[in-house]
Structure formats: structure tokens, C-alpha cells
Design a protein. Structure first.
Length: 197
């Protein structure tokens, strides 16, 4: 089924065929990856700076990301973060995710109904994972740039970007998985669960 999105893909092919081929040696092809397996994979890649360091892009205006590897089961990205750069709250639709901070530090925010959650600090070597529908935000903390490795299975085709409408209601806007996320800020103090008790 085709999805009608207005987007500009980051790359159609991996940034480097040679890096993609070397990454293939770390994979277990032939099936969808669990969130735990994705986290293990990104940790292994983060330990191999020969795979991700060539993909670092320093850009003070916007967060940069490069496709390291993709097949029908998984896509793997190297993200470069500079001060002030953040995603805003989003989910990965049906794709599981594993992410690892390879350099610098990032904060992962969690969307909590009725309160505000303290961010989870991801320093170099720290990793996280989540199943499809996992809602979070990521923001630069330290490093010029900070670098993170992200893997999605199945490959990331749709993300849900969260924002508030004019009345303060939570709105999920589907976006193409290769469209750069923006920070559609949600004030955590104003997120309240109403309705059924």
C-alpha cells in the first residue's frame, strides 16, 4: 500500500557501500529484529568507530543523519547532534528501535500523562530500546557533535510527531520516516489524562 507523504529522503542508498558492507558482518539477516536485538546491534556498531565516524556531519543549523545500512529487515542511521538540537516527542509507528550514544551525551525524554518525567541521560556507550509505538524525544546535551546510532526493524517508514493543538489536546501527525523531525514542543506540565477513570 503506497503512503502519500510529501518528504525529501535523506539518502536513497547507504552513505557508503563499503561501510554498509562492513556493517553487514555484524547483522543476523533473515528476520525482523526484536528491540533487545536492535539495542545489541547499535551497541556493537558504536564500538566500531571505523563504521560511524566517517558519517559525522557538523551542522549548527540542523541535526544531521546518514544512512549506514538498510535491507528489508532493518535500517541503521548515524545521527550528529549540535547544541540546541532536539527531536520533540515522536513514535516510530510499528518499527522497534535501538539507540546508542556513541559520542558526547544526549537526553531522552519520556511523555508522561499527568506529570513530568526526568530525562534519561545517555552518555557515551549508554543505550536504550523500545517496541513499535515507543514515544520519546531526544535532545543534545554535550559534544560537538554528540553522535548516536539508531536501528529500526522493520525499516522506519512512518513516525508519529506529537504536538498540542490550540486547545491543548495531544495531536499525533504521521510523517514519513525519512523526514527530519522537528520539535513541536509539548509542555509536560500541561499533559493531563482526562475522561475515563
Amino acid at each position: 500500500m503506497a503512503t502519500d507523504f510529501d518528504f525529501q529522503p535523506v539518502h536513497v542508498d547507504p552513505f557508503s557501500p563499503e561501510l554498509a558492507e562492513r556493517t553487514r558482518d555484524l547483522l543476523s539477516p533473515g528476520a525482523q529484529y526484536s528491540p533487545d536485538a536492535l539495542e545489541t546491534l547499535v551497541r556493537r556498531i558504536a564500538e566500531r568507530d571505523d563504521l560511524w565516524r566517517p558519517l559525522i556531519v557538523i551542522d549548527h543549523d540542523r541535526r544531521r543523519y546518514e544512512l549506514l545500512y538498510e535491507d528489508r529487515w532493518v535500517d541503521i542511521w548515524v545521527l550528529s547532534w549540535m547544541p540546541g538540537q532536539r527531536t520533540g516527542f515522536h513514535d516510530h509507528d510499528r518499527s522497534g528501535v535501538g539507540l546508542c550514544c556513541a559520542q558526547g551525551a544526549l537526553d531522552e525524554g519520556m511523555l508522561v500523562l499527568g506529570g513530568r518525567a526526568e530525562p534519561i541521560r545517555l552518555e557515551t556507550g549508554a543505550s536504550r530500546n523500545g517496541a513499535g509505538g515507543y514515544i520519546h524525544s531526544v535532545a543534545h546535551v554535550d559534544g560537538e557533535p554528540a553522535v548516536s546510532i539508531h536501528a529500526y526493524s522493520p525499516p522506519l517508514m512512518v513516525v508519529g510527531q506529537y504536538s498540542q493543538d490550540g486547545t491543548g489536546r495531544l495531536v499525533r501527525t504521521p510523517e514519513h520516516g525519512r523526514k527530519e523531525l522537528f520539535d513541536a514542543t509539548i509542555d509536560g506540565d500541561s499533559v493531563q489524562l482526562t475522561g475515563a477513570t
